[in-house]
Design a protein around this ligand. Sequence first.
Ligand code: ADP
Length: 681
Amino acid sequence: MGGGPESGAMPHVQTTSRNGAGVGLGFSVLFAVVFVVTSTVTRRIELSGAGFSQLWPAGGLPVLWLLLRQGRGPVVDSVLVLCAAFAANLIAGSDAAIAMAFAVANLVQSWLAVLLLRRWCPETWGCGGDRPLDTPRTVARFGAALAVSMAVGTALASVGAVLLPGAGDAFDPVASGLWFGRNLGSALIVVALGIMIFQRVTSPRPWPPLRGVDGGPSELLVATLFTIFMYGLAFSLDDLPLAFPLLAATVWYAARFSTLLSAAHSFVVGLATMMLTLQGVGPFARVDDPDVGFMIAQFYIATIALTGLAIATGRDERQALADDLRRAQEATAYEGSVRAAVIGSMTEGVLVVDERGDLLVHNEAAARVLGVGDELSTDTRFSLSSWTLDGVEMELHERPTARALRGERVENELMVVQVDGVGERVLTVSAIPLPRDERQGRTRALVLLRDTTNEHASRQELSAFAGVVAHDLRNPLAAIDGWTEMIADELDNGALDAQLAREFVSRVRSSSRRMRELIRDLLAHATSSSRDLEVGRVDVTAMVEEIVVARNAQAFVSVDAVPPVLADPVLVRQVLDNLVGNALKYVEPGEDPKISVHGCRSDARLVTIGVTDHGIGIPEEERERVFEEFHRAHYREYEGSGLGLSIVRRIVNRHGGTIEALPNPAGRGSVFRFTLPAFEA
Ligand code: ADP
């Protein structure tokens, strides 16, 4: 019977069985009646000289009865047991004194059996626990408790019979053996069967299948037919006392069906054996002395009861272990799949390595971060060269993995790695020591990797940017401070003349204008990268014309028809305004600017736009650098933030285009040529 391990793990079952086990007084009365009735029914026709009841299975009934009562009303139960046993023995033909002595012996052995069972099988239902008889070890203790108590009862009965007048000397060793065998055989079967039936009835549903898990219904039928056939044969062959093949039926039942069914089988064949032997039929009745034959039958029954229980519970125990193992394997497999799914879905690279350098676990992200595609292997770690951020090459033992393997916890450390064929990457690495793998005797470490190359670059860019911004904002501020201080000094001296005041104020205003422009450019710079592109048709010609009008520069700028582009109009306006503004600004002092804006479809997808001026031009070595943030080629003579062209390039790049600065082929000045996606109608 399965269910042992599960029910053992459920404490509430205990209560259920206890409540169920402590049956009421009605049960005691019922037991007493059954005791007396079975005693009468199974009364031996030819009484042995001992003159005690050979009743069976009533021998085990008092033990089951007291077990089920769980110590409720022990005095009443004792009196009832005593009366029932006394009556049974009287019916069996004992005289009153002997019947009383046997009844006392019966009562004592029953109480002793209950005490020993509670002590030795506390986990078993009815004995304090909630389990059926489900392990060979419990069965051994169960058998021992019954054997010891029955032996004590036998000794008491023997002494009583010898001392009391009436029993005479007829109470010989065979009679003692009969008493012992009768009680042990029936106790083994009746108590075991009773415990298992009550355990099953009181345990929570669904109950495990009564048949057990191995044998099917057809096998049950065949096994039953086999039993009937074997017993029929053994009990009908008068000349051949063949008892041992009968064991095969018990073994079959015990090996293939539930313990409960097997115990029921033992009960039925035991009962049949007893009844037939009482009638003088069968192999056990072949012995000359019917008492000895009867005794052999009793021990045969005890043997099949124990054999059946031992085999069935051994099978149950194996089954329970196999179930546990299967459940554990299923749980492990499930946990494994969850772990794999979790690790696989992480965007952080995860590696588990051991001290020998073997790569035990890795996810796709790790392979991606290390830039090795699917070929992440144990060797990858050693083929990577790594540096600290300061550019110092890291030895193997200094790397985070090695440190974690030595027990150190490394958190969010930046390092640079270089994989063959892939550029440098800045990784943020955490490495954590894992519990040692005791089976292989190796230390393991968990390594988490994040590719922070871009973050690192933008952080560095940001800090450089912040440095320049601070510097460029401080200059006009210092100028404002200086000029206002001078105004204050002059006022203190009471000699601020109007001309001078105008001069100072105009410088202050010019400084504050520079600051305003810088702040405006900084904002534009931020927008150029953070704004979400909202592309649409942009009429470049019309847009340039608007800009020129806004700058009041109609006299200096000519615009050709430029094909429409597909771009974000707000950002394209920023591009054109910056380029036209620069073209108007970078001219020789006193000279008029002369600018043309033109464009054409350069290929199927792109429109190339040019802004040509005749201004001062850009020295060749500066033509690339003017697109860097804050880089200014003519910083002395002209005011500016150095951000305009970097904004322009960023916007053009975000649209998938390119920009370059070229000398004007028509002589002095420059051409800024850039591409944007063409608008298809
Ligand atoms: P800013 O104009 O504020 O200095 P920009 O990023 O717009 O910053 O330009 C960077 C530098 O490129 C300018 O300082 C200037 O030296 C040079 N430059 C830009 N446009 C022109 C042009 N049309 N002609 C000559 N030099 C230019």
